[in-house]
Design a protein around this ligand. Sequence first.
Ligand code: CA
Length: 524
Amino acid sequence: MKRKRKFFVADKAPLLGGSKMCHEGVGGGFQCAGYHKPTPGPSEEGSIIALVPPTTTCHKRLHSFATRHILALTTAILLSAGAQALPNFILINTDDQGYADTGAYGAKDFETPHLDQMAREGIRFTNFYCPANACSPSRAALMTGSYPVRVGIPHVLGPSKSRPDKPAVGLNPDEITIAEVLKTKGYATACVGKWHLGDIPKFLPTNQGFDSFFGLPYSNDMWPKHPTAKHFPDLPLMEGTKVLEVNPDMNQLTTRYTERALSFIQNNAKRPCFLYLAHSMPHVPLGVSDKFRGKSKQGMYGDVIMEIDWSVGEIIRTLKELGIDDNTMIIFTSDNGPWLSYGDHAGSALPLREGKGTTWDGGHRVPCIVRWPGQIPAGQVSDAMVANFDFLPTIATRASAAAPSDRIIDGKDLWPILRGESNVTPHDVFFFYRGPQLVAVRRGPWKLHLPHPYRSLDGEGGTGGTPVKYIQRKTPQALYNLDDDIGEKNDLLALHPDIVAELQTRISNFKETMKQEARPTGEV
Ligand SMILES: [Ca+2]
């Protein structure tokens, strides 16, 4: 058994059938005749009427019998309702989809009708951050509710086969993922799509709380067909810990992932389930099925996003058909900003500055839409500063599950904001890392950058799936007011020395405490 399990209080009162409900002691003195049938679960409703009646005709005893069995019936119904009330969670995380890359966030030349509908029926965040500007660390934060540096994943992970002389690295199995939190409540869990938190069995989703895994262990460009790097091994498409095939057809990935996602939802319609659907798209190399090829005015990138949008629509349609739409929270977001060096095969973060791989907002701020009919009021737009690591505590609370309490979790429960009861950020500050280096912080509208190099483009990005080379630029220490200057253009450092000093102190303090608190990377 994995060591981490001990940190949870065992759920000793299962909601579904199996425990016996004897009423001896309720009301006192009466021997319940025959009611030792296991308490029915939701799928057994009605069986509770098959009680064996008492043999006595004593009025007092009859009354006592009736009272006790009304109590029993009430308890069973409550338990049943409680079990059914455990919500489903569908967490859709796309790859490198930029802040502007859905209709509701200003996309041009392609449409995302299902995502736009999802936003109209739920809440859309305009200050939603990834705690990293690249794949692995962003996913580490999402899965653990913690800053990537805290869980030892500050960098993008490559295939372990590419570095056979070094230890395999991944998210430490001692970390507790959203899936593991939900497992304590009996959830069915599936990871479909890109994992990117370690590619050997010890680090794969099936050892991090997921019942199943279908997808890629890392990025889809880490393969022999990479346009510039030639050292990558064959790219495995995996089922659990087994390789199904190598170098899969990119054009079919979104469709195949969606089919798996729908099957999982259908197969688990009668029990609480958690689906983590991590699309490989729109990370390069782009791929799109014939259903959407040539459908957008923007080119292949637009086609790809339209297919992801279709996938969202299929999921919501399926939930409605199964009658579980109003018991399901769907989250749609991306892991970091657009990979701008790929030009026409990259998205857009406009009006934000720069993109993936930088600590400008274009690298970290992404779309996020959350929908749960009847629970999350429709039509909300929130500018509260929130982050992907908030979903672990948010989901845990909604599932009546315990978030890890033996370790620091950076995320906060977003439920008051999702409910529309508050629009106050739960984060006094939010930190921006460049790999393992803390180089920027935001507090309220103020974002302070420490001096650091960053990658940028000198002119246009690439075309047709081939990137141009980045150039290196440097920012001096700089202060921006994001409320007035979303594009981080007007440096106000000289005007606000007090704010600068305060933010510098925040960075220094967090760096120091993190040195003591950071937990180990997984290594084999
Ligand atoms: Ca990414």
